[in-house]
Design a protein around this ligand. Sequence first.
Ligand code: F6R
Length: 248
Amino acid sequence: IPVEIFATPKDGAKHVAETIASLIKEKSATGQNCVLGLATGSTPIYIYDELVRLHKEEGLSFKNVITFNLDEYFPIEKSATQSYWYFMHHHLFDHVDIAPENIHIPDGSLPKEKVKEFCANYEKQIEEAGGIDLQILGIGDNGHIGFNEPGSSFNSKTRLQVLENKTRIANSREFQNNITLVPRLSITMGIGTIMRSKKVVLVAWSNKAPIIVKAVEGPVTEQVPASILQQHPNASFVIDEPGASELT
Ligand code: F6R
């Protein structure tokens, strides 16, 4: 699997933003929509900063962009500052010209009995949009992509998933460092959903070095969900130099 190594996270993020921008422009030139799969968390923030800059300073338009986010906590209100709905609007959507009806984020505020139907419809909406052209991923310390924790089936679809305690501890920084405030569940695209994307870029910085080496060089196993990307025809990793420190 190709690994692109950059001196700093900012350099790597700029490269990913440029990849996204070229695809948006290429699709727009032929009158097509550009379907993006998006991630949240600390890793992609610089990517969104750069996309906002490209919109404001260089006229990059998001009018032909359709987005599907990977995941959302469950339960959570959209207005909660920890929600991924809030994150995406705060870091990207509020600052560009994307049509609100083109934004798709798993809904963490649904009653539980509605989730199954929502997930099936999410899969259908992705399909009807023509599939995801480019999926951006981060990676958890345990190798999760989206919130597909170790043990998730490689064929999994969008569904309710129990979060590992490790994940809840890692993410408690957004919840006053109090793990009891972190939701126990999430709605996440499945690994099968991610694998159907035409192109995948996994982004990770320095602190992820130990899991990056497992995902890139280790065996393909459901115990390291990101390792399946080794079998994707068009996936790559974008990392910084410290993140590459354990690669052979
Ligand atoms: C977020 C997501 C997660 C994160 C991962 C890393 O939408 O899908 O898989 O990418 O937990 O999070 P950060 O970037 O905060 O280290």
